[in-house]
Design a protein around this ligand. Structure first.
Ligand SMILES: [Zn+2]
Length: 143
């Protein structure tokens, strides 16, 4: 057991030294890999984020499958305005993916929304009584 952990220490030290000596080369390789494969890198990141934010009981892969299932069930359209996403990802130059909407209190996932509806729904939920108050005042006055 002692020998084993000593070997592990040696290995760790070797890796550390290797990294130190080749830091620039490693960083450049990472940059090249990232640049040449930005989309799949972003997808992997998306899977991890989906799991972390909305599906903590699933693996990143399962979370992405669940997202894909929801996306297909909604035919790729926002559950509120029934339109495809219009917000463009500045890095990719293509529309962003629909956002996962969830109840902020219960954390229960509801449906997929476009950026505009998701943002406005969040604001509406926060200001619901003020919205209603406003409409009550001005709609009855002008009617
Ligand atoms: Zn929408």
């Amino acid at each position: 057991m002692v020998g084993k952990s000593r070997n592990k220490e040696k290995e760790k030290e070797y890796k550390r030294l290797y990294y130190q000596r080749n830091r620039d080369k490693i960083k450049l390789q990472q940059k090249i890999r990232y640049e040449s494969d930005k989309e799949s890198w972003k997808l992997a990141e998306r899977k991890r984020r989906l799991r972390k934010s909305y599906f903590p009981d699933l693996t990143p892969e399962e979370a992405y499958q669940e997202y894909t299932r929801m996306h297909a069930a909604q035919e790729g359209l926002c559950a509120i305005c029934k339109r495809p996403e219009s917000k463009i990802d500045p890095q990719l130059g293509s529309p962003t993916m629909l956002a996962v909407d969830h109840n902020s209190k219960t954390k229960k996932v509801r449906a997929l929304l476009c950026f505009r509806c998701n943002t406005n729904l969040g604001w509406y939920e926060k200001m619901e009584s003020q919205f209603e108050e406003y409409l009550k005042i001005y709609d009855t006055e002008s009617a």
